[in-house]
Design a binder for this molecule. Structure first.
Ligand code: XUL
Ligand code: CO
Length: 441
């Protein structure tokens, strides 16, 4: 059955095209540096936002009109798979991602849930034989059902720890079956509402225990996906343990997990943590921990996780700058953990959202590559730290000094001469690159 009947394959038509169902900037075969755009960007569709969600928000019920919603139960789950692969094909997207509960309804017990999952996973595997779209990552939703009210691995109730472990075990098996390139752990309700009733040490130890069990199990079954943790500072809990990349990295190191995990960095989670998207990407990159990206954006006037499709070119450029400097994302990709707004309820809006996101990252990629080729920011940074390339600075970075030598040097100084940081000049040069990109296209 066909679900998006009025929509044909989305092709690249260039910046002058007025066709809303065409890419203006995302040209999958175009070479950027040594890779094609498709290879660099590795776009993924988030199953939950695109095929499962109904666009309800805390103030109102769902508005989404979806041609598959005439079905229910397992028929609905199967219709969603059909619709999903039609969508992937028409969008030409290389990856998708899902949580277990996105693809099937939960059964009345765990055994029944497994049965439902097995049926849909078999169907997906069949579809994937004839599709170029692969699984970027899957994950277990250990946060929506009331059983996870007090957390999953961090729950005060050991039965919930066991239940969460079982869902992750199944998730790893599904990942292996479908050839997932990564496996994601977002902390869901792994956090607390108040310290007054919380054993923080036990909760964090238990999260690490479950991570170690997952690492061991994946190894045992020969599932070699990259494990990713996805930091988020708050929401739904008032404090999430995987607050941001820095605290997540410390956690991984504390529990000797750093060799088994990288980060899945979400733009809107970065801003919720009071960081920029590029800050989180940079922190992960310089520590060799940048794994994958949940590509979205928050709204500057709203303080929650709005998961909008990316359209801010400043941000996509700075993000792609980090990704290029990282040598790409390896097994990771740019997964649109993004939803159309509640007012954009027609099926075709799903295409507009993804086209907007893909074009915005394509622009970001092109400008970032040019900034790197022209050594615009590298030149600025090199010049700014030049005192570390000779004399006392070189001794410092090479470890050839001590406090006494530094004191002697400091005592010999008459004046420290600084140069301007030239922030405004750099920002206007950056804008020049954004604007000449448009003029040149
Ligand atoms: C929630 C969120 C999740 C994860 C996967 O804010 O980002 O959808 O990406 O569980
Ligand atoms: Co996410």
């Amino acid at each position: 059955m066909t679900y998006f009947t009025n929509i044909n394959k989305i092709n690249y038509e260039g910046p002058k095209s007025t066709n809303p169902f065409a890419f203006k900037f995302y040209n999958p075969n175009e070479k950027i540096g040594d890779k094609t755009m498709e290879e660099y960007l590795r776009f993924g569709v988030a199953y939950w936002h695109t095929f499962t969600a109904d666009l309800s928000d805390p103030f109102g019920t769902g508005t989404a009109e979806r041609p598959w919603d005439k079905f229910s139960g397992m028929d609905l789950a199967k219709a969603r798979v059909e619709a999903a692969f039609e969508f992937f094909e028409k969008l030409g997207v290389p990856y998708f991602c899902f949580h277990d509960v996105d693809i099937t309804p939960e059964g009345s017990n765990l055994r029944e849930t497994y049965k439902n999952l097995d049926a849909i996973v078999a169907m997906m595997k069949d579809y994937m034989k004839d599709s170029k779209t692969k699984l970027l990552w899957n994950t277990a939703n250990n946060f929506s059902h009331p059983r996870f009210v007090h957390g999953a691995a961090s729950s005060n109730h050991a039965d919930v720890f066991a239940y969460s472990a079982a869902k992750i075990k199944k998730g790893l098996e599904i990942g292996k079956e479908l050839g997932a390139e990564n496996y994601v752990f977002w902390g869901g309700r792994e956090g607390y509402e108040t310290l007054l009733n919380t054993d923080m040490k036990l909760e964090m130890d238990n999260i690490a225990r479950l991570f170690h069990l997952a690492v061991d199990y994946a190894k045992g079954i020969g599932f070699d996906a990259q494990f990713l943790i996805e930091p988020k500072p708050k929401e739904p809990t008032s404090h999430q343990y995987d607050f941001d990349v820095a605290s997540g990295y410390a956690f991984l190191q504390n529990y000797d997990l750093q060799d088994h995990f990288k980060f899945n960095i979400e733009a809107n989670h970065a801003t919720l943590a009071g960081h920029t998207f590029e800050h989180e990407l940079r922190y992960a990159r310089i520590n060799g921990m940048l794994g994958s990206v949940d590509a979205n954006q928050g709204h500057p006037l709203l303080g929650w996780d709005t998961d909008e499709f990316p359209s801010d070119l400043y941000s996509t450029t700075l993000a792609m700058y980090e990704i290029i400097k990282n040598g790409g994302l390896g097994k990771g990709g740019l997964n649109f953990d993004a939803k159309v707004r509640r007012g954009s309820f027609e099926p075709e809006d799903l295409f507009h959202g993804h086209i907007a996101g893909m074009d915005s990252f394509a622009v970001g990629l092109k400008i970032a590559q040019k900034l790197i080729d022209d050594k615009v920011l590298d030149g600025v940074v090199e010049g700014r730290y030049k005192t570390y390339t000779e004399g006392i600075g070189l001794d410092i970075v090479q470890g050839n000094t001590d406090l006494k030598k530094l004191e002697d040097y400091a005592l010999s100084l008459s004046e420290i001469k600084h140069e301007s940081g030239k922030l405004e000049r750099i920002k206007t040069t950056f804008n020049q690159y954004l604007l000449t990109f448009y003029a040149g296209e």
